[in-house]
Design a protein around this ligand. Structure first.
Ligand code: BDR
Ligand code: CA
Length: 315
């Protein structure tokens, strides 16, 4: 059982990752902190609360509103053409009776790490701002958590917001750099693998056909939200009836690392030079004196197995 704290900018793919985590028997969601990105942090938290209710979970999962802008005070407007006006493809889910916890997101992350005594896995599917703020407050945080799995970055493939950078890393490159250098047991799930993993309309048809009665509301939501996401992929990438799989892949790998193959890298993130902002810079030199911890960058993934497993929790 993986005890997971999710940090998300709850857009369409984040929402599917969250539903997976809530439904999986191998994951216990300890809480969700939110960040600006696909929508504002407050809107993301509202989305999370509605998703928790939709999942039918009988217990409350704490949701905490986090950073509304980067460490440098920047926030480009939400990409409504990708994730809709509300972040979840303009699908209107029922309002939740639960409200966000009134705790600072960085404090919540630190508290959970302390409470779980080395057992906490953090999965980030948005900017790394909350985590960087937590690190500022508690530099020992990396040694207190079991693992950090981050959806973000690109190594051997082009970026999606610039030739060199991916959205989650570029969205707060300073924060990303702090997290990359902090010494977490970090697994990076970037565009190198997420852009090669697809959900197709055929997968959706099968999901609708074979889902359990209990999961039908979730599947209905997934169908509507993914149809919005498919349309973005058609317009931007020429993909018809399919989309790539970013955030759910990070969640699947957090649950079961054997889905991927990894290269160990020593890396930092460029945050000053504007043209290269968010670019991951790797150091391949052999240097026995070097103190920086290595990061496991996912370079290959069993995509078929990942997508089958993703939807298996709704059967
Ligand atoms: C990442 O950016 C966001 O739009 C997605 O939710 C994902 O986390 C992909 O670059
Ligand atoms: Ca995301």
């Amino acid at each position: 059982m993986q005890r997971i704290l999710i940090d998300a900018d709850t857009g369409i793919d984040d929402s599917i990752a969250i539903l997976y985590a809530l439904k999986s028997k191998k994951i216990l969601v300890e809480g969700i902190t939110t960040c600006f990105g696909n929508s504002g942090a407050a809107q993301s938290a509202d989305n999370c609360l509605r998703l928790i209710q939709l999942s039918g979970l009988s217990r409350e999962v704490p949701v905490v509103i986090g950073a509304e802008c980067s460490l440098d005070g920047e926030y480009a407007s939400a990409p409504a053409h990708i994730h809709g006006e509300n972040g979840i493809g303009n699908v209107i889910l029922s309002e939740s009776s639960q409200t966000p916890l009134k705790e600072d997101a960085a404090d919540f992350i630190i508290r959970k790490a302390n409470e779980l005594e080395g057992d906490l896995v953090i999965v980030t599917t948005g900017r790394l701002t909350n985590l960087a703020r937590a690190l500022e407050k508690d530099p020992k945080l990396p040694r207190k958590v079991k693992k950090l799995v981050t959806m973000g970055g690109c190594l051997q493939v082009p970026g999606n917001v610039s030739p060199f950078a991916e959205a989650n890393i570029a969205g707060d490159a300073r924060a990303a750099n702090q997290v990359f250098c902090a010494g977490f047991h970090m697994v990076l799930v970037g565009l190198d693998v997420t852009m090669k993993t697809f959900i197709t309309s055929h997968d959706l048809e099968n999901l609708e056909r074979y889902c359990s009665a209990e999961s039908r509301p979730c599947v209905e939501y997934i169908r509507k939200a993914l149809n919005f996401y498919f349309e973005f992929h058609r317009q931007s990438e020429g993909m018809m009836g399919r989309c790539v799989v970013h955030d759910p892949l990070a969640m699947l790998i957090a649950e079961d690392g054997t889905l991927g193959e990894y290269a160990m890298i020593r890396a930092c993130v460029e945050y000053e030079a504007l043209a290269y902002k968010g670019m991951i810079v790797t150091d391949h030199r052999f240097n026995s004196e070097m103190e920086q911890d290595e990061i496991a960058a996912c370079i290959r993934v069993d995509s078929d197995k990942a997508v089958r497993r993703l939807f298996s929790v709704f059967q």
